[in-house]
Design a protein. Structure first.
Lengths: 234, 250
């Protein structure tokens, strides 16, 4: 049932293209996509690009998790500080991540770090907000026990608050993982000459429509696979 | 009193960060080539405003963003209502929509450029494509979960299907639709800016990328401030609109 619609569209596409209704330069043909996809998979370009993109996304997720969880834990435990930081968070959060592409380009040049920095900014906010909420939801009695045991501040966060808040935090990290890939691909398409995104831009510049569509479908499959496996982990 | 205190603390914290920004820029802790202080950044913004250099690119960006987003709203709600009305359509469309949703909206930029060329229409189309999924899925959810008793009431009152859709189904679906619209307006801004950068169409995004190539860091920061303000304003306006339209819920 789920496959009916996509298959129907692909056949219609193929037919209209062969009938000359859809121009071949832009729309290409699904049968050509399949050939291009197999070719790009076989010669390894697609896989190298995928590794590149995922490396940058993973780096972004790691940085944003470290920053988001540690800052979120402090803000979640210290209410006055969280209230004081509210305005700053509200002012910075609406900045669209892509607005940082030019800045990141100046700072890091064309590199993996460039994509990772932009994606890390995008991932930071959901992780921060979820961490604040989950840490605040930790039973206060647990923290009082920590006080009675004369735990230091760091120990109380590390040994009590964070483990108790972990399930909630992981939800935020999972959301951020999807964002990391989306933003990484976006930076690659726009400027950064590496990864899957750049592969598409390059193919488009070379007017290889079949490769453009093949890469797009590959990104869709990979993205869907990541989403699916993240849901399974839960 | 407490609220005033908390607002004061918020403002103080914000100013403290601004001060830290200024001091670290003045002390050249970070490379001044790409890290201008706040007075240079806001000065640039003020210059844009007073010379009027800001308005045309901002206008283009806002126009593309809203054109794409509104098209996605109309298409998403209409399609969502149609899909939700029949269980077969639902089972036919929903898996495809779920598959397309995690796809980065910007990933359809290269094929869109091949088909539509480097044009305004291309950007609006890509923005609409990126925005439509959250709204569509929200609409399917919203129209699909109408209370059965409401349907019976509308039958009893002999409403025709248009009145029924307008008076019962749309209001009931609005909260879910708004949730999708709020996600989408953020996507619209991101995709608009990314498209401008890639296709060199005049707008705030393109302005910033040109500034980066010329190492004009103050322009970049001024652009970031403008885009942040735009993101904030659209989110806030939509929130207010939602509160007005859904007053009956609160």
């Amino acid at each position: 049932m789920a496959a009916i619609l996509p298959v129907l569209i692909l056949f219609l596409w193929e037919g209209l293209s062969r009938a000359g209704v859809l121009s071949e330069d832009g729309f290409s043909r699904p049968s050509d996509w399949a050939v291009a996809l197999v070719k790009a998979l076989a010669d390894g370009t697609l896989l190298t690009q995928t590794v590149e993109t995922f490396g940058a996304a993973a780096q972004a997720l790691l940085i944003s998790s470290l920053l988001g969880i540690s800052i979120g834990a402090v803000l979640g435990l210290v209410r006055p500080l969280e209230r004081a930081a509210q305005l700053t968070v509200d002012a910075l959060r609406p900045i669209p991540s892509v607005a940082l592409i030019p800045l990141s380009l100046l700072v890091f040049g064309f590199s993996r770090e460039m994509s990772a920095a932009v994606a890390a900014f995008a991932c930071f906010w959901p992780i921060l907000i979820v961490t604040i909420a989950s840490v605040r939801g930790v039973d206060p009695r647990l923290l009082e026990v920590g006080k009675m045991l004369r735990f230091s501040w760091v120990q109380r966060i590390w040994k009590l608050a964070l483990p108790a808040a972990l399930p909630g935090i992981l939800v935020g990290v999972r959301v951020a993982a999807g964002i990391a890939i989306v933003v990484t691909v976006t930076t690659e398409i726009v400027t950064n000459p590496r990864g899957l995104g750049h592969g598409m831009t390059l193919a488009a510049l070379g007017l290889q429509a079949d490769l453009v569509w093949a890469t797009l479908i590959w990104i869709g499959i990979v993205g869907w696979g990541v989403n699916w496996s993240l849901l399974r982990i839960k | 009193m407490r609220r005033a205190l908390s607002a004061g603390a918020s403002l103080a914290f914000f100013c403290l960060l601004l001060l830290a920004w200024k001091l670290s820029a003045d002390a050249k802790l970070l490379n001044p080539l790409w890290f201008p202080g706040p007075e240079r950044s806001f000065g640039k913004l003020w210059e844009w405003i007073t010379t009027g250099a800001l308005w045309q690119p901002l206008g283009s960006t806002v126009w593309r963003m809203f054109a794409g987003w509104l098209a996605a709203c109309v298409a998403g709600v209409a399609l969502g209502a149609a899909i939700a009305s029949s269980p077969i359509a639902r089972r036919l469309f929903q898996p495809s929509a779920e598959f397309l949703r995690p796809l980065p909206a910007s990933a359809i930029l290269p094929p869109a450029i091949l088909i539509l060329g480097l044009s305004d229409a291309m950007i609006v189309f890509v923005v609409a494509f990126g925005c439509v999924w959250p709204i569509l899925l929200g609409a399917i959810q919203g129209f699909g979960s109408l209370d059965r008793r409401l349907v019976e009431v509308s039958r009893l009152m002999n409403f025709n299907s248009w009145t029924r859709a307008w008076k019962f189904q749309l209001p009931a679906a609005l909260p879910d639709i708004f949730a999708g619209m709020r996600v989408s307006i953020a996507i619209a801004l991101i995709v608009t800016v990314a498209s401008e950068m890639l296709s060199s169409q005049p707008g705030i995004g393109y302005l910033m990328l040109v500034a980066a190539r010329a190492f004009r860091s103050a322009d970049i920061f001024a652009g970031i401030i403008v885009l942040g303000a735009l993101g904030f304003a659209t989110h806030y306006a939509l929130q207010k609109l939602e509160q007005r339209l859904l007053r009956w819920r609160y």
